[in-house]
Design a protein around this ligand. Structure first.
Ligand code: ZN
Length: 334
């Protein structure tokens, strides 16, 4: 019997200009850039990883950078919103901070008992900051990025969850509950269905996926400003292999195990159209030899591309960590 999925490992989206992405996620949101590497499937483009100080699974938001690529289109079969957690006491700080940095699309409301700040990133990707009770303080102390542009008491500390918009939800709901072991949660209102991962203690508090049914919408297009896939956690390679067998036995098409240096990945498309990944917790972001202190400071290449480093570096646009104020952002049109 497989243990249930304990949480999200990462969410991966597509962005346009990589420097603008860094200015926003590191400069404005205060996340740590924990890895700058290339897209392993196209090493002429960046793959940027953000997270807490340690690059902990469950805190990771990553981007494939495609400067000049066209923006995606909102619709069904995709993740519509990605939510991050902030401390319950930090709502007014964040509203001020987002305003000061001219972040667009900012709105505030209540949902399921929590204050939720909506906003858009510079590519128009829809985000939420969900103000919830803080997890274990000792763990938080260790994981908060102390060089952040955001004071540690207000820091974003994890992914909260995602909202997926689907043409039809029943088969996805069945996969989440009957196969992956998530639990349905009764939302307060609306046409949403909400599911949470099993709470395995403070090291992995529950995370959420919400499904909204939009049978009349057209299918979305995943490109710049939209989530490419979401990854769930597997504690080790053996658990991942067991998941792969189980999904294959249920008729899903599942990729082979792929070595992403920092974790191993398998991919499959859930019935509603969203690309799911199951990623291993180990080995983590020091697996390439970059020290914990230096994470994100230099371009890291997987072994198969190390021989092409000079050519790849010459072709990639220069990027740098933000110093001081990030540039103003504007919301592109849908
Ligand atoms: Zn991934």
């Amino acid at each position: 019997m497989l243990p249930p999925i304990t949480g999200l490992h990462h969410v991966t989206a597509m962005c346009g200009d990589p420097q603008r992405n860094i200015d926003f996620y590191a400069g404005v949101l205060g996340l740590r850039l924990v890895k700058r590497t290339v897209n392993f499937d196209d090493p002429s483009t960046y793959h940027l990883y953000y997270g807490d100080a340690l690059g902990s699974p469950g805190t990771l938001l990553t981007f494939f950078a495609w400067p000049g690529a066209r923006r995606g289109r909102r619709g069904t079969g995709q993740v519509a919103v990605t939510a991050l957690r902030i401390p319950a006491s930090s709502v007014s700080f964040w509203l001020d901070h987002l305003h000061t940095n001219q972040v667009v699309g900012v709105d505030v409301g209540k949902r399921d008992g929590a204050t939720v700040i909506s906003l858009a990133d510079p590519d128009g990707m829809r985000l939420e900051l969900v103000a919830i009770r803080e997890p274990d303080d000792a763990k938080r102390e260790e994981a908060v990025w102390q060089n952040s542009s955001v004071a540690s008491e207000h820091a974003i500390f994890a992914l909260h969850g995602v909202t997926a918009e689907l043409a039809a939800t029943p088969r996805t709901a069945a996969l989440l509950t009957e196969v992956m072991g998530l639990q349905p949660v009764e939302p307060e209102a609306g046409r949403r269905q909400r599911f949470q991962t099993v709470d395995s203690g403070s090291s992995a508090p529950s995370q959420y996926i919400e499904l909204t049914a939009a049978p009349d919408d057209r299918p979305g297009q995943v490109s710049v400003g939209f989530v490419h896939h979401i990854a769930w956690r597997a504690q080790d390679a053996a658990t991942q292999a067991a998941w792969r067998e189980k999904l294959l036995s249920l008729g899903h098409t599942v990729s082979p195990v792929i070595d992403r240096t920092y974790f191993h990945a398998i991919y499959f498309r859930e019935p509603g159209g969203v690309l799911f990944e199951i990623a291993t917790d180990p080995p983590g972001f020091t697996a390439d030899g970059e020290s914990l202190e230096a994470l994100g400071s230099h371009l890291q290449l997987p072994p198969q591309y190390e021989g092409q480093r000079a050519a790849l570096e010459a072709g990639l646009p220069p990027i740098h960590l933000p110093s001081g104020q990030a540039s103003p952002v504007t919301l592109p049109t849908e």
